[in-house]
Write a new protein. Structure first.
Length: 150
């Protein structure tokens, strides 16, 4: 059984929510279900950004897309290079794309709308009275997928 690698892709305007999600995923990492968590904005100075993202996508077993209007305005097109790469990996079964709805936005018109979005009730994380409850539901679903993939 090998631990899974996760790439969390988000807009810099959603960094606070990405960090909270990472905190919730830490238990899965602690118990060996996840080996590595990469963040799309955690790239060292002097590193070629596009190449580093491409490398991380290639290595990822799960690609978490943190969906908001900010994300869609930056990365919302399936035709963009990195997004195209992610969808190709997903189609080949090399990685799982999991969209996570952070904020209300028109994601239904995107390529992500074909994929099951989390939270399952399609209520954005920021609309929950208790965001920790929302992230707990998200991580519970990710845990189920990670266990099946091991």
């Amino acid at each position: 059984m090998s631990a899974q690698k996760i790439f969390i892709w988000y807009s810099d305007k959603d960094e606070d929510l990405a960090e909270i999600l990472g905190t919730h995923l830490a238990t899965l990492r602690h118990y060996g279900f996840i080996d590595k968590i990469w963040y799309s904005h955690d790239i060292s100075a002097g590193t070629e950004r596009q190449q580093e993202i491409s490398n991380r996508l290639n290595d990822a077993d799960f690609i978490l897309l943190l969906i908001s209007a900010y994300f869609l305005s930056e990365f919302g097109s399936h035709s963009q290079g990195d997004m195209r790469q992610a969808f190709e990996q997903h189609k080949r079964g090399e990685a799982h794309i999991i969209p996570i709805l952070l904020r209300y936005c028109d994601y239904e018109i995107t390529d992500f709308s074909k994929l099951q979005i989390l939270p399952i009730n399609h209520k954005p994380v920021t609309a929950w009275r208790d965001r920790n409850q929302a992230f707990n539901e998200v991580v519970t679903e990710i845990y189920k997928l990670v266990r099946r993939s091991k």
